[in-house]
Design a protein around this ligand. Structure first.
Ligand code: HSE
Length: 309
C-alpha cells in the first residue's frame, strides 16, 4: 500500500465530568486526509483544503505527531499528507485531534500496522500539544478507537472502552467563533476546592456505573461538571440559556464540548435530540453568530479507511 485516504471524526471530549480523560466521536462529521509514501524521508504537509491550518510541518499537528512516530519506527520512506479540513480549528470538537490521530493512523496502516491503535495514542497526543500546549488524550483516543473511551494513562491497560447504552444520542452546536484550547486552559485555576473535587469524583464514578447498568436516571444526575464549566462558559455566547433549554427538554446532560465553544447535550433517543436541535437553533439564531448543529449516536466507529492503493 502506497497511499491511503481516511475519514477522521470530530469528537466530544471531557463529556462533563471527565475533564481530559473522556471522549467519543461524532458520527459522520470529520476531516479527510490522504497520506502517501514518498521517496523523500521525513513528513510534509502538501495540501490543506477547507478551513486553514499551518502547512509548515513543524507547526501542523498532523505532521508533528507523524514525525514522533517516524522517529520511533524509522521507516525507509517519508510521507506526504493532504488535509481536507471540515472541522473549524478552535471549535471544541477535536479539530486538532482529528488530524493528530489521522496522520499516525494512516502511516501505521501504510507500514503494515506495526503498532496497535492504543499504542498510537501517545504519538497523536504529541501532535495535540503542538496546538493546545498540552498532551491531552480525550480527543485522539476516541478518534482512534471509536466509542466512549476513558484514558487513565497511556499504558494500554489504562485505556478503557466504556459500554454505551443503546439509546444514547448526542446533540452538538458549534458556534462559529474560535476559542483556542491553549487560552481556555490558561483561564482555568490550577487548584480545585476539595468540595468540587468530591462532587466531580462522585459524578464521574456514578456516570461510569450508570453506563455499565444502562441506568438513564443515574446518567442524568451524574453528567455534570463542577470544576471546569463555570470558568469557560463565559467564552460561549448564550451558554446558560442553551444549557437550561436542553435540560428543560429532557437532556440527560449538557455541558461544554472539549474546550468550547461547542456545546453538547446527551439524550435518551434521537427524537429528544431533534427536539433540542429545533429549540437551541431558535436561541442561537438570536445571537447573530453563525453555527452548525449535529445529531449523532455516540459513535462506535473511529477513524476509517475510505480508499487505499
Ligand atoms: N480536555 C481538553 C480541554 C480538550 O478541555 O482542554 C480540548 O479539546
Amino acid at each position: 500500500m502506497k497511499k491511503i485516504k481516511i475519514f477522521s471524526p470530530a469528537t466530544v471530549s471531557n463529556v462533563a465530568c471527565g475533564f481530559d480523560i473522556l471522549g467519543f466521536p461524532i458520527e459522520s462529521f470529520g476531516d479527510e486526509m490522504v497520506i502517501s509514501k514518498s521517496d523523500k524521508k521525513g513528513v510534509r504537509i502538501t495540501k490543506v483544503e477547507g478551513y486553514p491550518v499551518p502547512i509548515d510541518s513543524k507547526k501542523n499537528v498532523a505532521s508533528v505527531s507523524a514525525q514522533k512516530l517516524i522517529n520511533d519506527l524509522k521507516p525507509s520512506c517519508g510521507f506526504e499528507i493532504e488535509i481536507k479540513k471540515n472541522i473549524i480549528p478552535g471549535s471544541g470538537i477535536g479539530s486538532s485531534g482529528s488530524n493528530a490521530a489521522g496522520s499516525v493512523y494512516g502511516i501505521n496502516k501504510l507500514l503494515g500496522e506495526p503498532l496497535t491503535l492504543k499504542q498510537l495514542i501517545k504519538y497523536a497526543m504529541s501532535g495535540e500539544a503542538a496546538s493546545s500546549l498540552t498532551e491531552h488524550p480525550d480527543n485522539v483516543a476516541p478518534a482512534l478507537l471509536g466509542g466512549l473511551v476513558m484514558v487513565k494513562s497511556i499504558h494500554e491497560e489504562n485505556i478503557i472502552s466504556l459500554p454505551v447504552p443503546k439509546d444514547l444520542f448526542c446533540f452538538v452546536i458549534n458556534p462559529k467563533i474560535e476559542v483556542k484550547t491553549s487560552y481556555s486552559r490558561e483561564i482555568l485555576p490550577s487548584n480545585v476546592a476539595l468540595s468540587s473535587m468530591t462532587k466531580q469524583v462522585a459524578n464521574f464514578g456514578t456516570f461510569i456505573y450508570a453506563l455499565h447498568t444502562s441506568n438513564y436516571d443515574l446518567i442524568k444526575v451524574s453528567l455534570i461538571d463542577n470544576v471546569i464549566e463555570k470558568h469557560r462558559k463565559k467564552l460561549i455566547p448564550s451558554f446558560d440559556e442553551v444549557q437550561k433549554k436542553c435540560l428543560e427538554l429532557g437532556a440527560l446532560g449538557c455541558s461544554i464540548s472539549g474546550s468550547g465553544p461547542s456545546i453538547f447535550a446527551i439524550t435518551k433517543g434521537e427524537e429528544n435530540a431533534e427536539k433540542i436541535n429545533t429549540e437551541v437553533t431558535k436561541i442561537y439564531k438570536k445571537t447573530n453568530i453563525d453555527f452548525s448543529t449535529y445529531i449523532s449516536k455516540i459513535s462506535s466507529k473511529g477513524i476509517k479507511v475510505i480508499d487505499s492503493n
